[in-house]
Design a protein around this ligand. Structure first.
Ligand code: C2E
Ligand code: MG
Ligand code: MG
Ligand code: MG
Length: 290
């Protein structure tokens, strides 16, 4: 009987595999078409200074509208794009489009663009970034590149070399999703990041008034302060979270409380206006901190 059920398991497994392969092929094909037919869009999410309450920058988030006009979340298609190498032309499109759009803004906010580890291991990334900056006329200091530590651990030496070349162009480098990986601290030691983005899972856990999460957030803020690296907290959804971060001296925040990722025009007009309310009452906290 044991043997029989094993066979059945294998059959199910193969059917699943087959289905997965076909689904993957379908997504790959659709991604190619989306790229050709410009069915990708960029949405922007505001980032704000806790001190001033003003918008400091916008994170660029890729959106794919399928044939039915529905947005497919990046978590559904970025992994496929990475496996097939399509992330290279897609990532190039994102960079060029983001720089082009930001160069036309009235205010000189920064834009933060997510990079895939695949793009980092691509030989010519610094050359490509340089070319796009020149082409679009965007000042290098306005471009921030976000990378996760996964990009670092595969080939630390090579990656830090590429990151140094990128920094030499005048762009800044942020470490995304900090605290979720296995080697966040050694990654910080390997490269002088310009910003630490504290992963939003810590924000979620903060809600239960969990002493561990509070302690970890405090510790990360202390590390940032010691290394003179500003810390941005991701996924800030409530006024309580913001109050805690403010009291602990967090530098920047990003999250639904301040604004959801939105099409360019909406993000720019709504972003700054929404920040004033949740960040008001800052004088009290400044006193409390002193
Ligand atoms: P990420 O870089 O960590 O981006 C932040 C994600 O958190 C975004 O999800 C954003 O919509 C979401 N978020 C922001 N504030 C809140 C909040 O207050 N609450 C909650 N629950 N979520 C919030 P999104 O847009 O689905 O993107 C997911 C991931 O996909 C990104 O994580 C990034 O790793 C990747 N991604 C997005 N765009 C690109 C891109 O152009 N290139 C590459 N390589 N990856 C991208
Ligand atoms: Mg990011
Ligand atoms: Mg993140
Ligand atoms: Mg993430």
């Amino acid at each position: 009987r044991a043997k029989g059920s094993l066979t059945v398991d294998i059959c199910f497994y193969e059917a699943d595999m087959d289905q997965a392969v076909r689904a993957r092929r379908r997504v790959t094909q659709a991604l190619r078409e989306a790229l050709d037919n410009e069915r990708f869009e960029l949405h922007y999410q505001v980032q704000a200074s806790v001190q001033t309450g003003k918008a400091t920058g916008y994170e660029v988030l890729l959106r794919w509208k399928d044939e039915d006009g529905r947005y497919v979340p990046p978590s559904d298609f970025i992994p496929v794009a990475e496996e097939t190498g399509l992330i290279l032309p897609i990532g190039e499109w994102v960079l060029r489009q983001a720089c082009k759009q930001a160069a036309a803004w009235a205010e000189s906010h920064k834009i933060a663009v997510n990079l895939s580890p695949i793009q980092l291991s691509h030989v010519d990334l610094p050359g490509l970034v340089q070319q796009i900056l020149k082409e679009t006329g965007l000042d290098a200091s306005r471009l921030e590149l976000e990378i996760t530590e996964t990009a670092m651990i595969s080939d630390m030496e090579r990656t830090t070399h590429v990151l140094r070349q990128l920094k030499a162009l005048g762009v800044t480098i942020a470490m995304d999703d900090f605290g979720t990986g296995y080697s966040s601290l050694s990654t910080l030691r390997a490269f002088p990041f310009d910003k630490i983005k504290l992963d939003r899972s810590f924000m979620t856990e903060l809600d239960g008034d969990e002493p561990q999460s509070q302690a970890i957030i405090r510790a990360v803020l202390t590390i940032g302060e010691s290394l003179s690296i500003p810390v941005l907290a991701e996924g800030v959804e409530t006024a309580e979270q913001l109050a805690f971060l403010r009291a602990q001296g967090c530098n920047e925040v990003q999250g639904y409380l301040l604004g959801r990722p939105q099409p360019e025009a909406d993000a720019l007009t709504n972003g700054a206006a929404q920040i004033a309310t949740p960040l008001s009452g800052g004088d009290q906290s400044a006193e409390a901190r002193a």
